[in-house]
Design a protein around this ligand. Sequence first.
Ligand code: AKG
Length: 275
Amino acid sequence: MSTHLNEEQISAFHEQGFLSPLSLFSQEEAATLRKRLEAIEEQPFDHRSKSRFGLPVTTQWAWDLVHDTRIVDPVSDVLGPDVLCWSMDWFIKEPGPEFVSYHQDATYWGLEPHRIATAWIALSDAGPEAGPMKFIPGSHRGPLFEQDDTFGENNLLSRGQVVRTSIDETEAVMTPLRPGEMSLHHVCVIHGSDPNNTEDRRIGMVLRYCAADVRQSKVAGDRAILVKGQDNHHHFGEIPRPHKDWGESELAMAEALSITRQRALHSKDYEDESS
Ligand SMILES: O=C(O)CCC(=O)C(=O)O
C-alpha cells in the first residue's frame, strides 16, 4: 500500500509546518523496534550503548530502516526527489516532569537551506497524557528566533533551548500518536512537548531527512545516508551500509560522526572551552 501523501496533505505540511498522524508501522513492528532499543539501553555504558544515535551507521537493520519507503516516500513528497537521512535521534520521556521547551531545530543544526523534515515515530503510546509533540502552526514561515540556553533540569534538550519570543499557548496544536504512527515536521516550526503523565515511557524514534542540496555550514566532515534519488551535490560524506553490525570500522565512523555533530550542535560550548 502506498504511503505517498495526497495533495491536501502536502499543502497542509507546507501551510502548517507539520503533518500528523500518519500510519506507518503495525503495533507489532513498533514493539519489535522498542525491544531493539531497550536491548541496546541494557548494554554496559561503553561506546556501543552510547551510540543509539549512530545506529544507522553501526547496524544493518537501522540503515535499512531509514530507507523504509513507508517513511521515505512521504518525506520525499515534501522535500523533493533526492533525499538524505542526516540523523537518528531518540526523544525518550520517562513518566514524570521531563518536558521539551519551545524551540526551532533550524537554529542550531547548521544545515542550510531549510529543506529539512523530521519523521517523529512513536514506539510507545504518545497519547495526550504522555506529552506528545505540540506545534505552533505556520511558525516555520515566520522568523528564526534567537534561543536562550536555560539548561532546565527536566528539559530533554541538551541546553534547554527556548525561543526568545512569546508563545500563545492557545495556538499550540498537540499531535498525539499511537505506537507505530508518525508525524512530520519542518525544521523551522516552533515545537515542544509537556510532561509525561502516564506510567509508561514515551519513546520517539526521530529521523531527520534533508534534500540533497542541503549543506552543513558549521563544521566539516558531516555525513548522511542517501535514501532516495541521487546526490549530485556531495555536501556530505557517504555512510555505506554496514558490512557487519558493530564492526570496528562502523564503530569508528559512528564515533567520529558523533564528535562532528557535537561540534556542530554545541559549537558555543566548544568555543567557550577553547577561549
Ligand atoms: O519528542 C519531543 O517531545 C520533542 C522532539 C523534538 O524536539 C524534535 O523532534 O525536534
